[in-house]
Design a protein around this ligand. Sequence first.
Ligand code: C5P
Length: 311
Amino acid sequence: MSATQPVDESVRVRVPAKINLSLAVGPARPDGYHDLATVFQAVSLHDELTATWAPPGEVVVKTVGPYADRVADDEDNLACRAARLLMNRHGDGGAWGAHLLVDKGIPVAGGMAGGSADAAGALLACAALWDLDLSPADLRELGAELGADVPFPLLGGTAVGTNRGDELVPVLGRGCFHWVLALSDEGLSTPEVFARFDELDTDPDAPRVPDELLAALGTGEATELAGCLHNDLTAAACDLRPDLARTLELGTRYGALASLLSGSGPTVAFLTAGESQAMDLAHTLRGELGTDAVRRVRGPVSGAKLLQVLR
Ligand code: C5P
């Protein structure tokens, strides 16, 4: 591809949010990260990202949608950094550029890897726009340089994550799970939640994924899965945001099979027995929490996908 490409050439991709069905956290490492053993599940809440051909060297991002005012459209935006990384690593003497339009459906700082999803989307969209011959594994490897949560939205489905959460192995599971998400108006800072975890648990065990969880995913039964959901960051997030304890408790009181903090929070995920139970719970929670910020989603769903290529 050359710099003389038509300016209206564009690629649109869709990238899912994630929840962590289990999140076990080990001690802090010298590099500032923690060893994790986690099981990610991609859920049907998405960001859409459109990359349009731009003059050489130009990478700009514009965020739209309900959470746009909470995202800085600057050079530090993860989507911008992802496009630049791709350009610097595989670039053709600076002949490429991209305008990135991010339509955000995933909450910001919600523990659902929304920023990471945009980085993943930018990698996939720009690789297609610039006609790069990169495999999904190549994109995930680049993604891991941008953040621990970036590779998973590229893979999707359900997967075990180890090391920082960025070394992935897909989980062969069955069925479709119906979740209700209680979103928060205010986000939580992931580094702050991990720092509070370190203060609360000074000698954590080596993290592992429970065998029972993998067995439950094999059955596809929500009732089996409900008994295996766990997040080591729950106490730390609730310490920073005491209102979360009530939200976690409300779901089970009103019919969820289990309540679970998503990642470092503050989003809370409720596992339900099926679609109609999820509809009932979502309705009740809207009233109890006095907010519209309650969503029904299902999982697993596929990872980042090309929706449209206009040439
Ligand atoms: O990789 P990412 O930039 O998304 O991580 C954000 C922060 O979350 C890290 O700087 C670190 O404080 C914390 N983190 C961690 N251990 C992990 C993943 C994230 O401590 N495995």
